[in-house]
Design a protein around this ligand. Structure first.
Ligand code: HEC
Length: 185
């Protein structure tokens, strides 16, 4: 029965029903009359239910918190990895390490996909530039990467960036952070 009740309803309801038994006189009455004890116990149970679910009441569930020191949540990283494997891994490798020789063009003069795992120069780009590279691809600039503006919406592209940034060391991430901050001035 308790599980089926909406937490907000219980918490709001408690505000009104708590007052009559608050304070020593309320507790005294409750100890004299068996029904009073029952009501008190029920109220205490409801109160602890509200305390346990206080994060649900305020909307700050732990899985919505950002990863310490980073802009993204752990949930974004998980979603981003799945999308990355579907859309990007074929060229950039499943661990985002391709291509080691990213500075060397092929015989047709095209540069291979660079690693996104923090070992190449991806971290030199602010968040907006990274997002634009993914949305628009490189064809307009003489490259070969297709654009993903239609296949992936803004939020989805952000989760992919979150995932490959989760592969970056703190040092690389901090260097990127100051480049990104400067771009927003
Ligand atoms: C068909 C192969 C291919 C696919 C698929 C692909 N990329 Fe690329 N990517 C490239 C190549 C090649 C480049 C280098 C620029 C160019 O030639 O367009 C590149 C460049 C990039 C860059 C710029 C990196 C930098 O250091 O400047 C980012 C970011 C990027 N890709 C992310 C992604 C993401 C995210 C996906 C999946 C949504 C993806 N790519 C899918 C081939 C690909």
């Amino acid at each position: 029965m308790w599980q089926s009740l909406d937490v907000t309803t219980i918490c709001n309801g408690l505000g009104d029903r708590q007052r009559p038994v608050a304070g020593p006189s309320g507790a005294l009455r409750a100890s004299k009359f068996a029904p009073g004890v029952f009501v008190l116990a029920a109220l205490l149970a409801m109160m602890s239910l509200c305390l346990c679910t206080v994060s649900a009441c305020t909307g700050n569930a732990p899985d919505q918190d950002t990863v310490p020191g980073r802009w993204y949540t752990a949930n974004q990283v998980v979603s981003g990895e799945a999308l990355y494997q579907t859309h990007c891994a074929a060229c950039h490798a499943s661990d985002a390490s391709a291509t080691a020789e990213w500075r060397t063009p092929d015989t047709a003069g095209n540069f291979p996909p660079p690693p996104l795992n923090g070992t190449a120069h991806t971290w030199h780009h602010p968040l907006e530039v990274l997002d634009n590279s993914i949305a628009n691809g490189g064809i307009a600039f003489g490259g070969v990467m297709p654009g993903f503006a239609e296949a992936l919406n803004d939020g989805e592209r952000m989760t992919i960036i979150a995932w490959f940034q989760s592969l970056w060391s703190d040092e690389i991430y901090e260097r990127w952070q100051s480049i990104d901050a400067r771009s927003r001035d």
